[in-house]
Design a protein around this ligand. Structure first.
Ligand code: NAD
Length: 419
């Protein structure tokens, strides 16, 4: 299974960096485990009248820099180890891009594709009710992740609001981010993670003097993150030649229309069968030579096996944890650069933060303003990572962890550790 050992892998990166930068040992101890691990079981009545018991998680890793923040995943492989790892990545990500937020993650172990819309809505509402006061707009703020979307978020918000005292209802919109714009969401949130990946690629291209209009790229996962990244890179004139998802792989060296593919996937649920392109196996996807590969599906997809097949100049991690430590070693030997998840996909949480701020201030920012602010934050984070790679003679992932952990360490040192 893809997500096994993810926490071990994230800890491995964390510990290597702690050694390298000599992180304060008490800070290291505290950050090695999440603060809270909440597991709930709740029953939901299905359309046929029977009841099913669901298992949900909310892992709160750190609130040192601000309220816990992180997505909610619906997938049949969701498990404690995975959610702990993803929560820790959120702490590192929020600190890296300098948001006043901590790290959390949640999920329910089920496949929403196998249930009706009404059943999924009931699961969302019962999960929100089961979490109760463990979440809150000034305490822990969920967002979309794999298998969830704006529809899921608005159901969470509505359920939470209905459980609030009347005088608190309208201060509670910020309980989740990634809501539809008509219900307190922000412009630019749906596209933020995918376009943010491409904003990071733009900075990398400036750094390496690469003309993006002459590049080819491939994407694994054509959901929220993958499809927006696909379209944004296409807008630079780059050529999409391979896409893989849970339904199969399509390859077309002449170029795949990223916009048309997005519409197709929305209608058919996956890439298989698109424009009569032959559906190929997963290995064909990884062995297709491209300049840029964007993993935007599950974790642990690039192990040493896939890395050996790859001939890629840059991996821009839209997904969280897509590259295993062994996979990364093989890629390094091939001089493949990696834009790490904590930087490359931080656009999602940055615009979630913008949504939360707008909710708090009862403000509305237009899309240009959101994207301008997003670009500024990501660009700053990218160049601070580049500087760190030079100071520490390291790769960008290590640099990103160092920058992030330095901020957390400084905060602990200034505040002290209670009592
Ligand atoms: P999504 O549910 O919209 O799309 C998931 C995609 O992954 C789909 O195209 C699906 O076909 C594909 N997929 C699922 N199982 C697969 C398999 N076994 N092999 C190949 N492809 C498979 O999810 P999303 O929101 O786009 O999230 C994708 C990744 O990006 C996740 O790792 C998530 O944690 C990360 N991420 C998402 C956000 C966000 O704002 N949504 C923010 C940061 C990071």
């Amino acid at each position: 299974m893809g997500n096994q050992r993810l926490f071990e892998y994230v800890l491995q990166n964390f510990n290597n960096v702690c050694d390298m930068m000599d992180l304060d040992s008490s800070v290291r101890t505290i950050l090695s485990q999440p603060k809270n691990e909440i597991i709930v079981h709740f029953p939901v009545q299905l359309d046929d009248g029977t009841y099913e018991l669901f298992k949900g998680y909310r892992i709160q890793h750190s609130n040192m820099l601000g309220p816990y923040k992180g997505g909610i995943r619906y997938h049949e492989d969701v498990r404690l180890d995975e959610v702990k790892a993803l929560a820790m990545l959120m702490t590192i990500k929020c600190s890296l891009v300098n948001l006043p937020l901590g790290g959390a993650k949640g999920g329910i172990k089920f496949s929403p594709r196998k249930y009706s819309e009404e059943e999924v809505d009931k699961v969302t509402r019962r999960f929100t009710a089961a979490l109760g006061n463990n979440i809150g707009p000034a305490h822990d703020i969920p967002a979309p992740d794999m298998g969830t979307n704006a529809q899921t978020m608005v159901k969470m918000m509505d359920t939470y609001m209905n459980m609030c005292n009347p005088d608190q209802k309208h201060n509670s919109r910020g309980i989740v981010t990634g809501k539809p714009v008509d219900c307190g969401g922000t412009e630019g949130r749906a596209s933020a993670t995918g376009t943010g990946v491409v904003m990071c690629i733009e900075e990398w291209a400036k750094h390496r003097r690469v003309d993006l209009s002459k590049t080819t790229y491939s994407i694994q996962g054509y959901g929220n993150v993958g499809s927006w990244a696909g379209v944004a890179l296409h807008n630079h004139g780059a050529k999409l030649v391979a896409v893989n998802d849970h339904t199969g792989t399509i390859v077309d060296e002449r170029g795949i229309d990223s916009h048309a593919l997005r519409d197709y996937v929305k209608e058919h649920g996956g890439v298989a069968g698109y424009r009569d392109l032959e559906t190929q196996d997963r290995n064909t996807f990884f062995s297709t030579k491209v300049d840029i590969m964007i993993p935007a599906a599950l974790e642990n997809q690039i192990t040493e096996i896939e890395a050996k097949l790859m001939d890629v100049r840059l991996v821009a991690e839209g997904a969280n944890g897509p590259t295993t430590p062994k996979g990364e070693k093989v890629l390094k030997k091939k001089d493949t650069e990696i834009l790490p998840d904590v930087l490359a996909n931080a656009g999602g949480v940055i615009v979630s933060y913008f949504e939360w701020v707008q909710n708090k201030r009862s403000e509305y920012w237009d899309e240009d303003e959101v994207n301008h602010k997003l670009k500024k934050k990501l660009s700053k984070a990218f160049w601070s990572c580049v500087e760190m790679t030079q100071d520490y003679d390291c790769d960008i992932r290590t640099a990103a962890y160092i920058g992030s952990l330095k901020r957390l360490e400084s905060s602990y040192k200034l505040r002290g550790i209670f009592p």
